[in-house]
Design a binder for this molecule. Structure first.
Ligand code: ATP
Ligand code: MG
Length: 312
């Protein structure tokens, strides 16, 4: 692979949702801030709907990471299951022992007692359900019952639902409208702004860099612009295109990615935008601001400082 060629420690454009690579572009950071404010102020039910590959899972993981010292947390990555399995998954995530044979009523009672115990000890409990558009309708009713668990003053279980736009269609179905009424905050996560793409590319390269000497301006300004165009700002598509471009540049033994590489990568990638008319490529290319450069430099600092900190 191209890691040595570009002086990288690990692949910079993997499509796994790794929070080490989290880039706080305006849209995702606004959603994260809203979630933090809502959950810290005790909101019971919050929803995030986002387009495919726009970073819902990364956002969810970043949220859980940020709140790990303040909340007892549970993460359900795939809720495509019946009501009993959802309760079992929740119990497992919260380390709540399950009585055998399983009985739904007993389980709900045990869960309520467990949550009251946490509330008395001043701990809040948060469950994040990813891919929430896949929750079967019959399981949604269980969620509603869980969201009913409360003391006179506070919710015992706070919930975040994250899903693709189908989630909104599902929640508007008459048989589960009751749940919709309980959702007090909703956020929408769309693609990142095109002018953020060059910074995103440099940010990921800096995160994966071997050292502070690793160049992060691997993508020529026009190549970054072309990636922004083809991907429509969808982070997963940006990653797929960027990875292919690095392979192409490596294959040609050059140190920078050009627009020609991006056109080739886009040809080979399903789901990208059609090629733009030639005159569009004549626009002035975006440059990174000094503030962006400083943020990227800070990003590399911890790795550089680590040995000194160890000896201190
Ligand atoms: N803010 C971000 N910072 C860094 N990387 C991001 C960000 N948003 C998305 N990505 C990257 O884009 C890719 C897709 O992100 P993710 O899996 O979170 O999207 P998703 O919305 O959950 O997708 P799906 O709709 O398929 O569930 C991942 O590689 C992820 O690391
Ligand atoms: Mg996801």
């Amino acid at each position: 692979m191209y890691l040595g060629h570009f002086s990288l420690r690990e692949p910079p454009f993997s499509i796994t949702p790794d929070t080490d690579f989290y880039y706080p572009h305006e849209g995702v950071q606004a959603s994260l801030n809203m979630l933090l404010v809502a959950l810290r102020s005790g909101e019971g039910f919050v929803k995030v709907v986002g387009e495919l590959g726009c970073g819902k899972t990364v956002l969810c993981r970043q949220l859980l990471k940020t709140l790990q010292d303040e909340f007892v947390t549970a993460y359900i990555p795939n809720p495509d299951m019946g009501p009993d399995d959802l309760l079992l998954a929740l119990a497992e995530e919260l380390n709540l022992p399950v009585e055998q044979p399983f009985n739904r009523h007993h389980m709900m009672t045990a869960l309520a007692a467990f949550l009251v115990g946490h509330a008395r000890a001043g701990r809040r409990v948060l469950v994040c359900i990813d891919e929430a558009q896949a929750i079967p309708v019959r399981t949604v009713e269980s969620l509603r019952l869980l969201s009913n668990l409360e003391t006179e003053k506070q919710k015992l279980l706070q919930m975040v639902l994250l899903g693709q736009p189908d989630l909104d269609d599902k929640l508007s179905r008459p048989e589960i409208r009751q749940l919709l009424q309980r959702i007090t905050f909703s956020e929408y996560l769309g693609p990142m702004q095109a002018r953020r793409v060059p910074v995103y590319l440099a940010h990921r390269l800096a995160t994966a860099a071997i050292s502070a000497d690793t160049p992060v301006d691997v993508f020529m300004p026009r190549a970054a612009m072309a990636i922004a165009h083809y991907s429509g700002g969808v982070p997963r598509l940006i990653n797929v295109l960027a990875h292919k471009c690095l392979m192409l540049a490596y294959g040609e033994d050059v140190s920078q990615v050009s627009v020609a590489h991006v056109h080739l990568a886009a040809k080979d990638t399903p789901g990208v935008m059609a090629r733009a008319p030639w005159w569009l490529w004549l626009r002035p290319a975006w440059r990174m601001s000094n503030q962006d450069r400083q943020a990227i430099a800070r990003r590399r600092a911890p790795a550089e400082l680590a040995p000194e900190q160890e000896t201190a």
